[in-house]
Design a protein around this ligand. Structure first.
Ligand SMILES: Nc1ncnc2c1ncn2[C@@H]1O[C@H](COP(=O)(O)OP(=O)(O)OP(=O)(O)O)[C@@H](O)[C@H]1O
Length: 301
């Protein structure tokens, strides 16, 4: 049996590297044969059906779980910021955002304020966590993860409970964090058919690695198509075109210069009305946001 090791992975910029890593519980391999590496400034997205082993793989990366097989190597003194899929919070207890930020350790006031400002919720520092909206809560978790200036961010479904417009805003924020801090990011997507724009590599998991590559390559891969069977459709990439602006009086200024009382997808003012591949699980599609099929050269990194 090979152990997790603190010896650095290959390559100066590599933060973490899994080789043929596997986790076995109750006589069953939850994941097996996982090879992956994440470097500085790199975004790796894991997709796969429920129970595919995405969270288990994230826990291997963070060291929450130790590999029963294979190796996990992390760069020396690697600092990891983790947003888990589930949090065990006692929702009957009052908990402010400030306290949430400090639940697992000391944090200087400046770092706390900087992290909340970076995620756009500095004004909510004294708010109770149970009163936050879905998007605000995810921003608070993200703030907590970035507050200690990690080298690697591990985000397990960071847009859960957030509507479509909120998702793209959060994805934009995550890309900004990558850009400004240069950290590596492991992101678990809750959506089989969408990955965040800016993703360098997608790994499609189903107990093992089915396929990997750029979003474009995975989209075209037969394994990806086969995994999702009759439900197969292309992998799309979130991107964000600010094609309209909400004016102070509530009206909407469109990219084409027209002003209307409201905006709706399909109203002819949005340049993606004509070529959007699919809507997103019936989420409120508010027109800010645009998903392009991978491989069509439309990616906005
Ligand atoms: N400690 C454990 N003991 C036994 N089985 C486990 C344990 N932890 C997870 N599993 C099982 O391992 C499999 C993979 O779980 P995991 O949470 O990694 O999947 P996932 O891809 O993140 O799923 P989802 O998209 O539903 O969150 C599941 O079948 C789960 O029931």
């Amino acid at each position: 049996m090979l152990m997790d090791t603190r010896a650095g992975p290959q390559g100066r910029n590599q933060l973490v590297e899994l080789r043929q890593a596997g986790i076995r519980r109750s006589g069953r391999w939850l994941v097996r044969g996982v090879d992956l590496s994440i470097g500085r400034g790199e975004i790796l997205t894991l997709i796969g059906p429920n129970g595919a082993g995405k969270s288990t793989t994230a826990k291997l990366v963070t060291g929450v779980l130790r590999a029963d097989e294979g190796t996990v190597q992390r760069a020396e003194d690697l600092r990891i910021g983790y947003v888990p899929q589930k949090l065990s919070i006692d929702w009957t207890m009052p908990l402010t955002v400030r306290r949430l930020m400090r639940l697992t350790g000391r944090l200087a006031d400046d770092d706390l304020t900087d992290a909340l400002s970076a995620t756009g919720i500095a004004h909510l520092v004294e708010a109770e966590v149970r009163h936050l909206s879905g998007g605000e809560f995810q921003r608070a978790l993200l703030a907590r993860a970035i507050a200690r200036k990690p080298d690697l961010l591990v985000l397990d479904e960071p847009v859960q409970g957030v509507d479509f417009a909120g998702e793209t805003a959060l994805y934009d924020l995550i890309r900004d964090i990558r850009k400004t801090t240069g950290c590596g990011i492991l992101l678990i997507s809750h959506d089989l058919h969408m990955v965040m724009a800016g993703t360098d590599t997608v790994i499609c998991l189903n107990g093992h690695v089915c396929c990997r590559g750029t979003p474009e390559a995975v989209s075209r891969s037969e394994d990806y198509q086969r995994l999702f069977g009759g439900n197969a459709r292309g992998l799309a990439v979130y991107s964000h075109r600010h094609d309209h602006t909400h004016l102070d009086d509530g009206r909407v200024l469109h990219g084409d210069g027209s002003i209307t009382d409201h905006c709706h997808p399909g109203d002819g003012h949005h340049d993606h009305d004509h070529h959007q591949e699919h809507d997103h699980h019936g989420h409120d599609h508010h027109g800010h946001d645009h998903a392009t099929p991978a491989g069509e050269g439309n990616r906005h990194a």
